[in-house]
Design a protein around this ligand. Structure first.
Ligand code: 6PG
Length: 468
């Protein structure tokens, strides 16, 4: 099958970086952007890669200039801009051409768009691209969804531009239509959880021990050499080290404590709940971003609900904080993979969890040393298909759960918020509890609504003696 020629619509930060990456890997890239001047800027700064980048001022001209079969990647904001780009392209395409959405699109929109573009006679891929600007430029991790015949003509291009883990390309075709974007959404849900867990540990050291960012940074540098080795722990050290040029203060100390979000974390939680999956750590992370945005309320509530004397100060054991982060991270991954399984079952995607872990080992934001162990665990026999029950992770959790427990207990007694860490410990305690407390829930449901319950000692549906 002939390799496709490449076009790219949307030459912003990510689009520019991907175009340079493709050019560096020997591909000519046809470029279109609403504001054509950004293409001029890109080409002017592209040095020896400039001859491989071609500017077009209309979608029609771009398509006409590209040899067939064409692959045109959209790097525009999710939602209406994707739809508008598809509508602009459709009248000009020929059989064998492929539209590729490389944004953080809602997987349901990708499913609908795949159907729409395929019924018009063309091909469609939804690719989740992770790794930020640096990843896009030098090797992102990419999660591909779509009809296999659409993937084959572009596979060599994406394998070439992807991140590599010990030579293995961090890109894979994972399933039909929305599968790639769904996996990317869950990647981002895990990203939210991991970032929140890290931020909580930072908060304990900042507010509990009154350490400065410069005093906290070395801890993250050290942790990045051990079991927590990961991109997010690495950059946390760098972010904490950074100094604001204007004020000479630590950079984080002048950043407003309100976190933005574009939707993927929230979508992960919504889909998890819809499919009957518990994503409590990811949910805590989304909730924490929401409360972070309620800055005005927090300013007002601060003095009214002020801590009592003795609250909020104390010291934490650094090794226990490391263990707490490790358990939180493992359980966040476990929740994420469980959501993937639920979606795979519901949509018949037959997702390969080990392969997903493998393509997350390099290039993406949640890359960490744990992912190789996760891939190995999924390739082996897992009791009840559960990552946390694997030969590798069950002993790890048992070893590190007590420190997590102590960190959460200490933080709670000190009045310091640890929503994600606390969710992690509760989730662990719930999932390993052979007899839970839903017997009482069932009793109450039957009491007020005659919903009935099952019994342990005989089969059937029963009511309690509530009205006797
Ligand atoms: C990545 C990132 C990237 C971006 C997300 C998160 O994998 O490269 O996830 O896609 O950071 O859009 O954005 P928000 O935090 O704004 O939701």
């Amino acid at each position: 099958m002939a390799t496709a020629s490449m076009g790219l619509i949307g030459v912003g930060t990510m689009g520019s970086a991907l175009a340079l990456n493709m050019a560096e890997n020997g591909h000519d890239v046809a470029l279109y952007n609403l504001d054509a001047s950004t293409i001029d800027t890109l080409i002017a700064s592209a040095g020896e890669l400039a001859p491989k980048l071609k500017k077009f001022t209309s979608v029609e001209d771009l398509v006409a200039a590209m040899p067939q079969p064409r692959a045109i990647m959209l790097m525009v904001p999710a939602g209406k801009p994707v739809e508008a780009s598809i509508d602009a392209l459709l009248p000009h395409l020929a059989e064998g051409d492929t539209i590729i959405d490389g944004g953080n699109s809602d997987f349901r929109e990708t499913q609908a768009r795949t159907a729409k573009v395929e019924s018009a006679g063309f091909r469609y891929l939804g690719i989740g691209v992770s790794g930020g600007e640096e990843g896009a430029r030098h090797g992102p991790s990419m999660m591909v969804g779509g009809t296999p015949s659409a993937w084959e003509p572009v596979k060599p291009i994406y394998e070439a531009i992807s991140a590599k883990f010990e030579g293995d390309p961090c890109v894979a075709h994972l399933g039909p239509d929305g599968a790639g974007h769904f996996v990317k959404t869950v990647h981002n849900g895990i990203e939210y959880a991991d970032m929140q867990l890290i931020a909580e540990v930072y908060g304990l050291l900042r507010d509990g021990e009154e350490r400065t960012p410069a005093q906290i940074a070395p801890l993250f540098h050290r942790w990045n050499e051990g079991a927590l080795q990961s991109y997010l722990v690495e950059i946390t050290g760098h972010v904490l080290d950074a100094v604001d040029k204007d004020t000479g203060k630590a950079m984080v100390d002048v950043i407003v404590d309100q976190a933005g979000q574009k939707g993927t974390g929230r979508w992960t939680v919504i889909e998890a709940i819809r499919m009957g999956q518990s994503a409590s750590i990811i949910e805590a992370a989304v909730g924490a971003r929401v409360l972070s945005s309620e800055r005005q309320t927090r300013q007002i509530a601060g003095p009214i609900l002020a801590p009592t004397a003795g609250e909020q100060h104390g010291t934490f054991n650094e090794d226990e904080l490391e263990s707490a982060l490790l358990v939180g991270r493992v359980l966040a991954y476990a929740q994420g993979f469980r959501i993937l399984k639920a979606a795979s079952d519901e949509f018949g995607w037959d997702l390969d969890y080990a392969r997903i872990a493998e393509i997350w080992r390099a290039g993406c934001i949640i890359r960490s040393s744990l992912l190789d162990d996760i891939a190995t665990a999924f390739r082996g026999d897992l009791p009840d298909d559960r990552l946390i029950l694997s030969d590798h992770f069950a002993p790890l959790l048992k070893e590190h759960i007590a420190p997590l427990r102590r960190v959460v207990a200490q933080a709670t007694m000190m009045g310091l918020p640890v929503p994600a860490l606390a969710s992690a410990v509760s989730w662990f305690d719930e999932i390993r509890q052979p007899r839970g407390t839903a017997d009482l829930i069932q009793g109450m449901r039957d009491y007020f609504g005659a919903h009935s319950f099952e019994r342990l000692d005989k089969s059937g549906s029963f009511h309690g003696p509530w009205n006797d």
